[in-house]
Design a protein around this ligand. Structure first.
Ligand SMILES: C[S@@+](CC[C@H](N)C(=O)[O-])C[C@H]1O[C@@H](n2cnc3c(N)ncnc32)[C@H](O)[C@@H]1O
Length: 383
């Protein structure tokens, strides 16, 4: 297939607005995730089975799931422990007995679960559950705490993490950006439905996915070239499909917004992962700092390391959103060129409007909206 046709197909896929579905993609609504159709198309057209596909800002793992499901070897890197937790659960196969234990778990513990049931205080630690005492959240907080207290009845770490993810998905639907209150009976019902749906998802993934071909690292992408995967040979990566933090747009990767935008660290509480970082940690800089120097310094550091692990001639396909593309895109592109990436068919770049309406719950900034673009570069020279 000619390069131009490949690029047109990627641009078409980037316009995909269908509901995210299939395999394990729906285990969690990771903020600013991209479409699996986009990731799959890029992987199919720019790599072949057995190749190594890297996502250095992996998020919820869309790229690595599609890479593994299409017979590629996948490497995912993210410094957010929540992202790594989710990507691991989405790509870890379960044994038949683990699946059975999960069905028993839901059967035994949830049918008669009531708000007034006692639960050890260690499950409702104040710091980890900040802002969950608000009227609309407190019932869910209690039910989630009861659910978390039953996790250790599951026989293995994989089953326990899967159960945490079921609770996470259900609680996200009930709390994150929601105005109404979810009754506890309906929450219990949704837990059951989500467990069934997620077990089906992991079974679908099992049929085509290749778990052992995936490596996930909780690391700063600026350190990619020091990871064990690259200890013998650096330039291993055949394709990068990714979506970095966005210049001038802040995404709430690490918090939910409950009861009218009050931020809660609930996802870390539920998954038992660490937090302690502010939003600047995940966004290449703080939204309160004027200018974009910090953003571009961090972006350069990571792109330099990414370049070091790519084979000469390998492609990097990025979905990037800009609040002010006229000013920021040229700067972004100039940096890419400095580091040894050459843009492919730049004149045909295609933009997509992202209305603030859709992003307001996660994006912070002074923009009315933002624009997303797909950038396709080739690694051409050692930096
Ligand atoms: C736009 S999201 C990626 C979403 C992903 N494409 C998906 O479909 O879920 C960007 C990710 O970059 C991660 N990130 C930010 N700074 C990073 C760094 N220095 N190294 C690695 N990951 C980083 C954030 O934690 C966030 O998960």
């Amino acid at each position: 297939m000619k390069l131009e046709e490949k690029i047109n197909r990627i641009y078409d896929a980037a316009q995909d607005k269908s509901r995210v579905q299939g395999l394990t993609h729906n285990f969690y609504r990771y903020p600013a995730r991209f479409s699996p159709v986009f990731a799959r198309t890029a992987i199919e057209l720019f790599s072949k089975p057995g190749d190594i596909v890297l996502d250095p800002y992996m998020g919820g793992g869309t790229t690595i799931i599609e890479a593994a499901a299409n017979g590629r070897r996948a490497i995912g890197v993210d410094l957010n422990s929540l992202a790594c937790f989710i990507a691991r659960v989405k790509t870890t196969l379960l044994s038949t007995s683990e699946k059975r234990s999960l069905l028993d778990w839901i059967e035994h513990h949830f049918e008669d679960m009531k708000y007034h049931h006692a639960v050890d205080q260690s499950y409702t630690d104040d710091k980890k559950t900040r802002n969950l005492d608000l009227v609309k959240a407190r019932y869910i907080k209690k039910i989630v705490a009861i659910a978390l207290s039953t996790i250790q009845t599951l026989p293995t770490r994989n089953a326990q993490d899967f159960a945490r993810c079921v609770i996470l998905k259900t609680a996200q639907n009930a709390l994150d950006g929601q105005r109404g209150r979810t009754p506890t009976a309906s929450f219990r019902k949704q837990l059951r439905m989500n467990l069934d749906e997620m077990l089906n998802g992991i079974s679908d993934y099992e049929i085509i996915g290749r778990e052992r071909q995936i490596s996930i690292y909780e690391k700063d992408a600026a350190l990619i070239d020091t990871l064990p995967a690259f200890s013998n040979e650096k330039r291993l990566v055949d394709l990068v499909v990714t979506s970095p933090p966005y210049p001038g747009l802040h995404v709430l990767y690490h918090r939910w917004q409950v009861d009218g935008r009050k931020e809660s660290p609930a996802p870390y509480w539920i998954t038992g992962t660490c937090d302690g970082q502010g939003d600047s940690y995940y966004n290449f800089g703080s939204r309160h700092q004027p200018g974009f120097q910090k953003y571009f310094d961090a972006s350069m550091r990571t792109l330099r390391a990414i370049h070091k692990v790519m084979k000469p001639g390998a492609h990097i396909i990025q979905m990037v959103a800009f609040c002010n593309p006229e000013e920021l895109l040229p700067r972004y592109l100039w940096n890419m060129e400095e580091l040894g990436f050459k843009e492919v068919l730049a004149q045909d770049r295609i933009w997509r409007d992202v209305p603030n309406r859709k992003w307001h719950a996660t994006f912070r900034g002074h923009t009315q909206g933002s624009k997303e673009v797909v950038l396709i570069h080739k690694s051409v020279a050692a930096s």
